[in-house]
Design a protein around this ligand. Structure first.
Ligand SMILES: [Zn+2]
Ligand SMILES: [Zn+2]
Length: 264
């Protein structure tokens, strides 16, 4: 079975329509997809605005119905977590019937660190401090209870800026928190196509999460047609090697065993 739970469209920074993606996914034998455009309470040019949410939701729900015999379509959202806007964000999102919400940290101290490797934030803070701030925010996001899944858990490594510290204790703490809150982690296969050339999360973090019993979903972080299922074959091999047994689905559906994942 093939699934892809991380897909952007023209409603945020993707360049495909929802319908284009649905047709593409059917052609590629995908059983279930989830649309996850960006939303953040502070507007910017790569997120869907609050005003756009009703049309976005309507679009997904109508395609879900239209294609129900051919593919399962889920309504998700990739939500920027801002600690100071937790309650307001919860109220806005509670108006819609999302199948799942993915929590993302793209901002530290209001700076979008993953938009540019030369972003001034990389001068403002040492990499160690930046990692600390990033993971502090991530822990707050997990504790907020707003999210079904955390996406690209170690995005802070995107441009290959690496902490000089041993962070394994921190990763164990995050793993235990995720289990405690029953929040899943997305194995985000886009990372392999980024400057870090590594999946999100890394092998080190993934091993710790698996050991602690964290549940994994999977997504390609599609922004263009050729991104759907990107790096999936390699991801499957990697996950098998790391000892993952199952890939989890939303809505309480039975997980897919890693051996049958990707088989049509
Ligand atoms: Zn993201
Ligand atoms: Zn994304």
């Amino acid at each position: 079975m093939i699934i892809d739970y991380h897909i952007h469209t023209k409603y945020s920074d993707g360049n495909c329509s929802h319908r284009d993606i649905v047709n593409l996914a059917i052609d590629q034998g995908v059983s279930e997809i989830g649309f996850t455009d960006h939303y953040g309470i502070y507007p910017n040019d790569w997120t869907a605005s609050e005003e756009a949410l009703p049309a976005l939701v309507e679009e997904v729900l109508s395609l879900k119905e239209e294609f129900k015999d051919r593919i399962s379509i889920l309504l998700g959202l990739e939500v920027d977590y801002y600690p100071e806007k937790e309650e307001e964000t919860k109220v806005i999102l509670s108006k819609y019937p999302f199948d799942y919400l993915m929590g993302s940290i793209h901002f530290v101290d209001g700076d979008n660190f993953d938009s540019d490797p030369k972003h001034p934030i990389y001068e403002k803070y040492s990499i160690d401090t930046l990692y600390e701030k990033y993971y502090d925010t991530l822990i707050k996001a997990i504790n907020s209870g707003m999210f079904t899944t955390m996406s690209h858990l170690d995005l802070i490594k995107k441009y290959n800026y690496v902490s000089s510290k041993d962070l394994s204790e921190l990763y164990y703490k995050i793993a235990r928190l995720l289990v405690d809150k029953d929040i899943m982690v997305e194995y985000n296969t886009s990372g392999y196509s980024r400057p870090c050339k590594d999946f999100f999360p890394s092998d080190e973090i993934t091993s710790i999460l698996i050991k602690e019993g964290v549940k994994f979903t999977i997504g390609s972080d599609t922004h263009t047609q050729d991104h759907l299922l990107r790096n999936y074959a390699m991801a499957k091999e990697r996950l098998k090697k790391l000892g993952l047994k199952n890939i989890y689905r939303y809505g309480g559906k039975a997980p897919i065993s890693i051996d049958t994942f990707m088989s049509k």
